[in-house]
Design a protein. Structure first.
Length: 332
């Protein structure tokens, strides 16, 4: 099938081309994000392959459908950037990669927890400057601390398993508790109880209308003073301004973000020669106890191989009229 691949980086191309040897699709790579201005590039392509920050709202989907596109193949798990109702009404099939490596994201989550707690980012810079003082680098033992996991699906479950290894107590909040987490020792509690009892809170729920700004001022006020807050799910699960205020007051002791609610204009690009115009993001960068990575939690070799393989298999299923197990539908 002829596929317009948007938001392509060199690594996307490398892994997709390698996997495509077994599929034979015609992949045309476009560097720009998919949005209202660039949707014209997909004219005549029956399939469009998109990523996390591509814009798949009703306007873009209407343009794509008018130009002959019938399939949206997301090469990511989250689909919060797709207007599914519009896709359905336009007859556009949407497929995704539901699990490519929960380990990649879970391990990055733990990397953020460990780096923030033991101030590795600061120690690295200090030692290179010949500063071997330890003031300001004090951490705490993870052993016997309480980790609250919001969203105990595939990634949350791996996080639970890893943190269990550190000897942590595990709390979980999820509308659909899972038995594997219970076996690992996750105790399911209300959101309020998780906020109150956790030393570390890590977010692994999808971005939905229910989880939008789940972490707001009210939620932050319930948390322990000095809580470690980690978000590798989707940026808008956190109200960024609220978390900035909570970091200024000391309520949030450490903040680790791999995602940011306005990341679309920033992440996956080299902006190092430019002045960052987003003042909220710029403020976040000033905190010594904040680590931000640019949506790289998924970025392992194994994950990219799986993403490429599943994306192309999804496209083949649709091309050959087979039911695709990774189709995204809305229940109405
Ligand atoms: P998953 O579907 O396996 O698990 C999500 C869990 O969240 C489910 O158990 C679901 O019941 C739960 N959930 C739904 N609504 C909730 C709510 N209101 N409160 C608490 N829990 C709720 O998904 P996953 O593979 O574990 O991925 C989780 C999220 O991680 C994805 O939605 C995606 O946004 C994000 N993600 C980020 C990266 C990255 O690189 N940073 C990569 C992959 C996925």
């Amino acid at each position: 099938m002829k596929v317009a691949v948007f938001s392509t980086k060199s690594y996307d191309r490398m892994f997709l081309e390698a996997a495509n040897a077994g599929y034979g699709h015609e992949l045309i790579f476009f560097e720009p994000h998919l949005n209202r201005e660039t949707s014209i590039l997909a004219a005549g392509f029956p399939a469009v392959c998109a990523f996390v920050n591509d814009q798949l709202d009703a306007t873009v989907l209407t343009a794509l459908a008018r130009q002959g596109t019938r399939l949206i193949a997301l090469r990511c798990a989250g689909f919060n950037n797709v207007d599914l109702a519009a896709a359905r009404d336009l007859g556009l099939k949407v497929v995704r990669v539901p699990a490519y490596s929960p380990h990649a994201v879970a391990e990055h989550t733990v990397a953020l927890i460990l780096s923030l707690n033991r101030k590795i980012h600061r120690a690295y810079a200090r030692v290179r400057e010949g500063n071997f003082a330890l003031d300001g680098l004090l951490g705490f033992d993870l052993y016997r601390k309480t980790v609250g996991i919001i969203g105990t699906g595939k990634i949350g479950t791996v996080v639970a398993n890893i943190m269990k290894g550190f000897g942590c107590h595990l709390l979980g909040y999820d509308p659909y508790p899972n038995s594997e987490c219970k076996e690992v020792g996750v105790r399911y509690v209300s959101l309020a109880q998780l906020f109150v009892e956790s030393d570390i809170i890590t977010l692994h729920c999808p971005l939905t209308p229910e989880t939008h700004h789940l972490i707001d001022t009210k939620a932050l006020n319930q948390m322990k003073s000095g809580v470690v807050l980690i978000n590798t799910s989707r940026g808008a699960v956190i109200d960024t301004q609220a978390v900035i205020n909570a970091s200024k007051s000391g309520k949030v002791g450490c903040l680790g973000l791999d995602v940011y609610e306005e990341e679309a204009g920033l992440f996956f690009k080299d902006l190092s020669n430019l002045v960052i115009q987003d003042d909220v993001f710029a403020r976040l960068l000033t905190f010594p106890n904040v680590i931000i990575t640019g949506h790289q939690a998924f970025f392992t070799r194994e994950a990219l191989e799986n993403i490429a393989e599943t994306t192309l298999a999804n496209i083949t299923d649709c091309e050959q009229g087979r039911a695709c197990p990774n189709e995204v539908t809305i229940i109405r």
